[in-house]
Design a binder for this molecule. Structure first.
Ligand code: ADE
Length: 240
């Protein structure tokens, strides 16, 4: 999987050299290439933006500069994404689907935005990472790269993906490690029992319970077994 990022602030992407994503890049499971849009300015002062037609606050990124940067990396096969609060909100299903792409081009806006004509010309998919406004698309691009890369073969071990929050549609069960007692709090007895089936059952119930308590909206999207439905009903009536 290759990511090409188009940005005015390449230095913002150093966090991707650390931890799991950094290792995945080093081991060539993913490739992250950052292009500075400013390199495509034809202006002797390397100007990339200008005042908005019609007036108003801030600066707008020029269509020609952004388009040249885009042309330098995109091919017919590229999936092109523009990070914007106007886009569809990123969720785990979208993340999973994007992980099947071979090449993702991420266009990051800054200032008051990008000249609409280049957006119309490129017609990228528009993605938001939530209903709040950031100073630019750089953090959203990193969020997307991180979440999508986790599904790329070799980046994580397979069990981590299967058990995590959202992949099953449920939030994850709680985890514990040594010491066995911490400020008078015991690790749940069942986890020390070595009884794998019972542990699995306990974890499943905890997942249901946590999802019911913290994000009941997620349960509505799932097809639950009768046993799971009954467990939720009991939770509602405080019977478990
Ligand atoms: N650019 C600014 N805010 C954003 C958001 N919430 N999601 C994606 N891109 C953005």
């Amino acid at each position: 999987m290759k990511f090409d990022v188009l940005t005015l602030f390449p230095e913002m992407f150093t966090p991707l050299t650390a931890s799991i994503i950094g290792r995945a890049s080093k081991n060539n499971y993913i490739k992250i290439n950052i292009t500075n849009i400013r390199d495509f300015s034809k202006d002797k002062h390397k100007k990339v933006d200008d005042t908005p037609y019609g007036g108003g606050a801030g600066m707008v990124m020029r269509a020609d500069v952004v388009y040249d940067a885009y042309k330098s990396v995109a091919t017919k096969e590229s999936k092109v994404i523009y990070l914007t609060p106007q886009g569809k909100t990123l969720d785990q299903e979208k993340v999973k689907n994007l992980s099947k792409e071979k090449h993702i081009v991420l266009l990051c806006g800054h200032y008051e935005g990008i000249d609409q004509r280049v957006i119309d010309e490129i017609a990228p998919e528009e993605i938001s990472i939530g209903d709040y406004v950031l100073t630019g698309g750089e953090l959203p691009a990193m969020v997307l790269i991180d979440s999508v890369s986790r599904y790329v073969e070799g980046v994580l071990n397979k069990d981590s993906i299967q058990e995590e929050s959202f992949s099953t549609g449920l939030l994850e069960y709680p985890q514990y490690t040594r010491p066995e007692i911490f400020y008078n709090r015991q690790v749940p007895e069942i986890l020390l029992s070595g009884h794998h089936e019972k542990i699995e059952d306990w974890r499943k119930k905890k997942s249901l319970e946590i999802t019911y308590n913290k994000r009941p909206d997620l349960l509505e999207k799932l097809t639950l077994t009768n046993e799971e439905k009954q467990y939720i009903e009991n939770l509602k009536e405080n019977k478990n």
